[in-house]
Design a protein around this ligand. Structure first.
Ligand SMILES: Cc1cc2nc3c(=O)[nH]c(=O)nc-3n(C[C@H](O)[C@H](O)[C@H](O)COP(=O)(O)OP(=O)(O)OC[C@H]3O[C@@H](n4cnc5c(N)ncnc54)[C@H](O)[C@@H]3O)c2cc1C
Length: 461
């Protein structure tokens, strides 16, 4: 055995057991703890680590791509430390969208051209996921809706309006997707024909298309389609603990808690946990903990108003929650970051999702009653609260493509809390690089998302 990814013992970042129970994972799919074979295979053409939206989508595209010379489909091994889709994808907000009120930050960080590419890429992801759901007949409560960023603060509303008008004037891409409503309409209830947001004290709303879905159902059913093709092997409860290069052919030995596998190609779909296996991403993709909840209403009370939109509530510029109403009338709400933000040790560089973030434990109680018209006497209750681990990057962009300097290693990770909106087509790009041998530039993924030596170096500064 030669070099490889040496993992400092003090720096092991592995998914922990007994993660908090999320609403999305409340009815486990039959594949949740599935193993295609009793033992690990000794060899695989491609090994994917992680079975969230990134890993499973990569497997899907690898088998969906038709090569010119009709090469047979590769053997794929999917390794998952816990249950299928038990990482961030099984515990998020269920939104695929770009928050319209944050486009300005993208422009400030990247410039108009690159920011435009990112917004277009997210839009392609919305429709990419929608199309595959239709093609593969996946039932994931997917609904193409509108999502409102609602400002409750006057100054924030003015700023959102100013930035929106600036984007319109400059011809920023896809502004035709956006719609601004001012205070005179923003608070009206849905039964009014000009109904807009229903939020008490709404000063403005900026809306955009969103694909709202049940991510766990999407991923597990997509995985079913992958396994039905016959060349993929799924091994759950199998944590990768080391990766070494073998000298003879330059391939890799992947060590797990259940044995070893030889493979020439590894895809790291490990998001917040990536630095545990690729130490060069330490301090580049940082695990951070976030929280969300599920709110239900008592069955014996008249149902409060049903929402067809989804929301981000902007109490102020830096205090934002997100709401994803479910078709059954219940609501998934996440956020509450401002309650714990100053206590960094509770969430930053944290990869333990087996506990709640204490200051936010009761944050979601009564939120619907406080903020939404028609919900005051709803009796809505917090049915569950959970946590999940995101991957946050230094420059706010994910790392996609070939791991610099490591032949046969690919990564798609570090989505800064927005991976639903990026991973499906990031996975397609990585799959094409592997199967078609194309370059990153040829994939169509925005250049700012390519993982490069320069980004790894810049991040360490
Ligand atoms: C509370 C919360 C709300 C969010 N809301 C949204 C939202 O509304 N919209 C949006 O776009 N994004 C949202 N996100 C972010 C989104 O969930 C992630 O960006 C996305 O799910 C990342 O997908 P992934 O497949 O890369 O990672 P994950 O889903 O985290 O999957 C990584 C997998 O790798 C496995 N793994 C890691 N290390 C190893 C190892 N050593 N061996 C074997 N397996 C390993 C893990 O167990 C895990 O299953 C939210 C995240 C959280 C936590």
């Amino acid at each position: 055995m030669g070099g490889g990814n040496e993992i400092p013992k003090t720096n092991r970042i592995l998914p922990v057991p007994n993660s908090t129970a999320s609403y999305w994972r409340s009815k486990p799919h039959r594949l949740d703890e599935y193993r295609s074979t009793e033992h690990l295979p000794s060899q695989a053409d491609i090994t994917i680590i992680g079975t969230g939206i990134a890993g499973v989508s990569t497997a899907y595209h690898l088998l969906d791509i038709k090569t010119h010379n009709d090469t047979p489909p590769p053997s794929i091994l999917l390794l998952e430390a816990r249950q299928v889709c038990s990482g961030a994808t099984g515990r998020n907000g269920g939104h695929i969208k770009k928050l319209p009120s944050t486009i300005v930050e993208l422009i400030e960080g990247l410039g108009e051209t690159a920011a435009g590419e990112v917004v277009k890429f997210i839009r392609e992801n919305i429709y990419g996921v929608k199309r595959v759901i239709e093609k593969e007949k996946i039932e994931a409560e997917a609904e193409l809706r509108r999502s409102f960023d609602v400002s409750l603060d006057e100054e924030d509303a003015r700023e959102v309006k100013r930035e929106y008008e600036r984007e319109l004037e400059s011809g920023f891409p896809l502004t035709e997707d956006l719609q601004f409503v001012g205070e005179e309409f923003a608070e009206r209830v849905r039964i009014d024909p000009s109904a807009i947001t229903s939020l008490h004290g709404a000063k403005a709303g900026l809306s955009t298309p969103v694909l709202s879905l049940w991510p766990y159902k999407f991923v597990t059913q997509l995985l079913e389609r992958v396994l039905s093709k016959g060349t993929a092997n799924l091994q759950t409860n199998t944590a990768v603990t080391a990766i070494e290069t073998h000298d003879d052919d330059g391939g890799y030995t992947v060590t797990t808690n259940r044995g070893q596998v030889k493979t020439p190609i590894i895809v790291f779909a490990t998001n917040g946990y990536t630095a545990g296996l690729l130490p060069q991403y330490h301090n580049i993709i940082t695990p951070t903990k976030a929280t969300a909840s599920h709110i239900t209403v008592p069955a014996n009370k008249p149902a409060p108003q049903y929402f067809s939109n989804t929301y981000n509530i902007r109490y102020s510029k830096n205090r934002v929650d997100y709401l994803n109403p479910r078709p059954d009338g219940s609501i998934v709400i996440g956020g509450g970051k401002w309650t714990y933000e100053k206590e960094r040790e509770l969430w930053y560089d944290v990869y333990d999702d087996s506990t709640l973030i204490e200051p936010a434990r009761h944050y979601f109680d009564g939120l619907m009653q406080r903020h939404f018209r028609g919900w005051e006497d709803s009796g809505a209750e917090t049915e569950s609260v959970w946590t999940g681990i995101q991957g946050v990057t230094k420059d706010g962009m994910p790392h996609i493509g070939k791991v610099p300097g490591a032949k046969g290693q690919y990564i798609l990770a570090g989505y800064n809390g927005g991976g639903n909106a990026l991973a499906f087509l990031a996975a397609r790009a990585v799959a094409r690089m592997i199967r078609e041998g194309i370059s990153f530039e040829q994939t169509g993924v925005p250049k700012c998302m390519e993982t490069t030596r320069a980004r790894l170096d810049a991040g360490k500064a």
